[in-house]
Design a protein around this ligand. Structure first.
Ligand code: MN
Ligand code: MN
Length: 469
């Protein structure tokens, strides 16, 4: 059938109007196949890394298999060299040395691998009414009511006074026991149900049930607690005092799974921000000799403001970069001012169930690709780095040239709330930075949902950023 001739209006509309299309209406067969493979790898990465430390270990394992080696200060580097530096096992910086000198800048991908969770308090274990519990202090912005009545795992480390560190991972393997926080039964929840969501579950009631069986043949007090301590001592060689120097994180016991009859979505804990972290990491692993040096950061502590020695505000990143620059006798500032950073972090996907908090014209949509976020912040862009128009144009160009599907993203209605990323800390270093990442449904929930197409397009977008001249 001959194509109908377009009217003048149709032609002008095509030429002038911005009309984003659903990615599935544009996806090539080649991209479709690559998308499925990529998402299976991503799901495996999620199941292997439930904490920032586990993500670092898994990333190092994969990087070493691809020829990356630890970067030691003073090491001579040539183009094509693949290096990494672990910052205390909690964040990771990797680089592939490019053919152009560092004085011409680097291409950086910066994402975070910490996710909202419940941390154990330094003195967590107690017994009440012959039940044993762990006290917790929540980490990051979470809605407390979502964390009750779900299965939970315990991951982390206990550092003993003698310097030895015990790794704990309970719940990741088949047959492992799990933990939970019991909610109130509806029969007795009349008063609680009248409270606002933010008050119904006070933080000090987020206590993890960890045991109920008393120590045998003992007349003393707190026999259930004693029995738990006895088990922990048998398995890990730790005592109650050792909790004081531990980082034990309670995380949801969900594996990454396909969602939907069409399997077009992935449900999992920790998409924020492992979905972008994995995208920039997987893209880096495939580089041979990029033109500009490619740098990938898997940062810690973003969810609590990027503070601390392993957060994006830490000098550890500047030290890594200046060590790199020293190998070419380039001043760090010369490198920074010519560099580009894609702050790869998730954004809120438009959710028709909660349409009133979004401004539809400027919200990211599921299956429309990587979401570019010129600014984040709250109450009039406060806390945003607000990328320059020129920087956004640059990214539009390289993404379009690489066939990456992307869209604009603003996190909800103005004054509906807001959020931040590591972008401002990179921009503060005099590095041109733009936020971009995967749109997420139910962000910060124990079980978040993303689109496979958006995951893949973010990975493809990171490849384009690293490959840019
Ligand atoms: Mn994030
Ligand atoms: Mn977050």
């Amino acid at each position: 059938m001959a194509e109908k001739e377009k009217t003048a209006g149709e032609l002008r509309r095509e030429a002038l109007c911005y009309a984003p299309k659903n990615g599935y209406d544009r996806l090539t067969a080649e991209d479709e196949a690559a998308l499925q493979r990529y998402c299976e790898d991503y799901k495996r990465f999620l199941d292997a890394g439930k904490t920032e430390r586990e993500c670092v270990s898994e990333a190092i394992r994969q990087a070493e298999a691809k020829g990356f080696r630890p970067f030691v200060r003073g090491m001579e580097l040539k183009s094509g060299d693949k290096i990494y530096r672990s910052n205390r096992g909690k964040s990771l910086m990797l680089a592939v040395v490019g053919s152009r000198p560092l004085s011409e800048g680097v291409n950086i991908g910066a994402a975070h691998i910490d996710s909202p969770r419940l941390d154990l308090k330094p003195n967590p274990l107690y017994e009440d009414s012959e039940l044993a519990y762990f006290k917790t202090h929540y980490y990051g912005g979470l809605r407390k009511y979502q964390w009750v009545s779900i299965p939970l795992e315990l991951h982390g480390v206990v550092a003993r006074k003698d310097g030895s560190v015990v790794e704990v991972a309970i719940g990741g393997r088949p047959g492992d026991p799990l933990f939970t926080i019991n909610d109130l039964l509806p029969h007795l929840g009349v008063e609680q149900s009248k409270k606002p969501l933010s008050e119904a579950i006070p933080a000090e009631t987020l206590n993890i049930l960890v045991g109920s069986r008393p120590f045998r043949d003992d007349e003393g007090a707190e026999r259930v607690k004693l029995a738990v301590l006895d088990l922990l001592h048998q398995k890990y060689g730790i005592t109650e005092e050792d909790f004081i120097s531990a980082e034990l994180e309670v995380v949801p016991a969900f594996r990454a799974v396909d969602i939907g009859f069409d399997r077009s979505l992935i449900g999992a804990y920790g998409h924020d921000d492992r979905v972008c972290a994995y995208a920039e990491f997987a893209a880096l692993l495939e580089l041979e000799i990029p033109s500009r040096t490619a740098v990938c950061i898997l940062a810690d502590k973003e969810e609590i403001g990027s503070e601390g020695v392993s957060g994006m505000q830490s000098a550890a990143f500047d030290t890594f970069m200046s060590d790199l620059c020293d190998s070419q006798k380039v001043p760090l500032k010369t490198c920074y001012e010519k560099s580009f950073c894609l702050s790869a972090d998730v954004t809120a996907a438009y959710d028709p169930n909660y349409a009133d908090v979004y401004e539809k014209r400027n919200s990211a949509r599921i299956n429309y690709g990587m979401g570019l976020c010129k600014y984040t912040g709250a109450r009039g862009k406060s806390g945003a780095s607000d990328a320059s128009a020129e920087v956004v144009a640059y990214v539009r160009r390289i993404l379009d040239e690489a066939g990456v599907f992307w869209q604009m993203a603003e996190l909800g209605k103005v004054d509906a709330g807001g959020g931040g990323t590591v972008a401002c800390f990179m921009a503060n270093r005099d590095i041109d930075t733009l936020d971009a990442g995967v749109p997420v449904l139910a962000m910060h929930a124990p079980f978040e949902t993303v689109s496979k197409l958006d995951c893949y397009m973010t990975y493809k977008g990171m490849k384009a950023v690293y490959a840019a001249e």
